[in-house]
Design a protein around this ligand. Structure first.
Ligand code: GLP
Length: 261
C-alpha cells in the first residue's frame, strides 16, 4: 500500500483524477470501477473537465460501480445510478451501455449478484477500482464483519451507515435498509485500487485502514493485502497517520510519481 498526502481536498481529488486519466489514456478500453459519495463529486467534476478541455476519451471505457441500494430505481434521486448519471455519465462521452451498476430492483437479488460478478469477469476483470471510505471504515457497502473473501451480495446496512446517509434521504427512516455491494474479495481482485479520503472526519478511520491491523470489522483494512493500492488523502484526512513523513518521502522520491508531483 502507498499513502499520498496532499495539501488540500482539491489537490487530492486532482491527483486521483490525473491517475485515472493516465490509466485511460494508456488503455482506452479500461475497465473502471467507480464509487459514489460526496468525496467523489470533485473527482467526477475534474474528469468531466478533462473530457471537455483535454478531450479525455471515455468512448471505449467500461465502468462497474461498487454498489446500489435495494429497492430504488434509476429515476430515484437517492439511487447511485441517479448519482452517476448526474455527476458523470451524462457529462462525458461514455457509452451508457458500457456503464454498469447492480440492479437494486431485480426480482431475484441473488441471481443479480451472481450476474454482476459474471459481467465483470466477461469484461476481463476491473483494471482500476476507485474507492471512498465510510466513517466506520467500509468500502462499498461492506459493513463490519464482511468476510474478507466476500463476493457481490446483498448486505444489510449498519445503523451508522444509515445515519450517515440520512440527510440525502430526508431522514434515517427513508434510507433503504439493504444494498447490493461488490464483496471485499471482488474488490481485492482488481488490478489496481485508488482510495480517496478527504476531511477531518475521515482521519481516524484512514489511520486504522492504512496502519491498523487487518480486521473484518473495518473492511478497508483488507486493502493492505492488495498488491497495488494507493490511498490518497488531504492533510485533514491524513492527520492521524503515524508515518506521514515516510509516506511523503516515498511520494517525493519514487520515480513512478514523478509526473504527478
Ligand atoms: C457510501 C458508499 C461508499 C462511500 C461512502 C463514503 O457508504 N457506499 O462507497 O465510500 O459512502 O461517502 P462520502 O464520500 O460521502 O463520505
Amino acid at each position: 500500500m502507498e499513502a499520498i498526502i496532499q495539501p488540500t481536498q482539491e489537490a487530492a481529488s486532482l491527483l486521483v483524477a490525473r491517475i485515472l486519466a493516465k490509466e485511460l489514456r494508456d488503455n482506452p478500453s479500461l475497465v473502471l470501477g467507480l464509487a459514489t459519495g460526496a468525496t467523489m463529486e470533485a473527482v467526477y467534476r475534474l474528469l468531466v473537465k478533462m473530457g471537455r478541455d483535454e478531450k479525455l476519451d471515455f468512448s471505449l471505457c467500461r465502468t462497474f460501480n461498487l454498489d446500489e441500494y435495494v429497492g430504488l430505481s434509476a429515476a430515484d434521486s437517492g439511487s447511485f445510478r441517479y448519482y452517476m448519471d448526474r455527476h458523470f455519465f451524462s457529462q462525458v462521452n461514455l457509452d451508457r451501455r458500457n456503464t454498469h451498476l447492480p440492479d437494486g430492483l431485480a426480482a431475484d437479488l441473488a441471481a443479480e449478484c451472481r450476474a454482476y460478478e459474471e459481467k465483470i469477469q466477461r469484461c476481463g476483470g476491473i483494471d482500476v477500482q476507485l474507492l471512498g471510505i465510510g466513517k466506520a471504515g467500509h468500502i462499498g457497502f461492506n459493513e463490519p464483519l464482511s468476510a474478507l473473501r466476500s463476493r457481490t451480495r446483498v448486505k444489510a446496512l449498519a445503523p451508522a451507515t444509515i445515519e450517515q446517509n440520512a440527510p440525502l434521504f430526508g431522514g434515517a427512516a427513508n434510507v433503504p435498509r439493504r444494498a447490493i455491494t461488490m464483496g471485499v474479495g471482488t474488490i481485492l481482485q482488481c488490478q489496481r485500487c485508488i482510495l480517496l479520503a478527504t476531511g477531518a472526519d475521515k482521519a481516524e478511520v484512514v489511520a486504522k485502514a492504512v496502519e491498523g491491523p487487518i480486521t473484518a470489522m473495518i473492511s478497508a483494512t483488507a486493502l493492505q493485502l492488495h498488491p497495488r493500492c494507493t490511498v490518497v488523502v488531504d492533510k485533514e484526512a491524513g492527520a492521524k497517520l503515524q508515518a506521514a513523513d515516510y509516506y511523503r518521502w516515498i511520494f517525493d522520491n519514487e520515480p513512478e510519481w514523478e509526473e504527478f508531483r
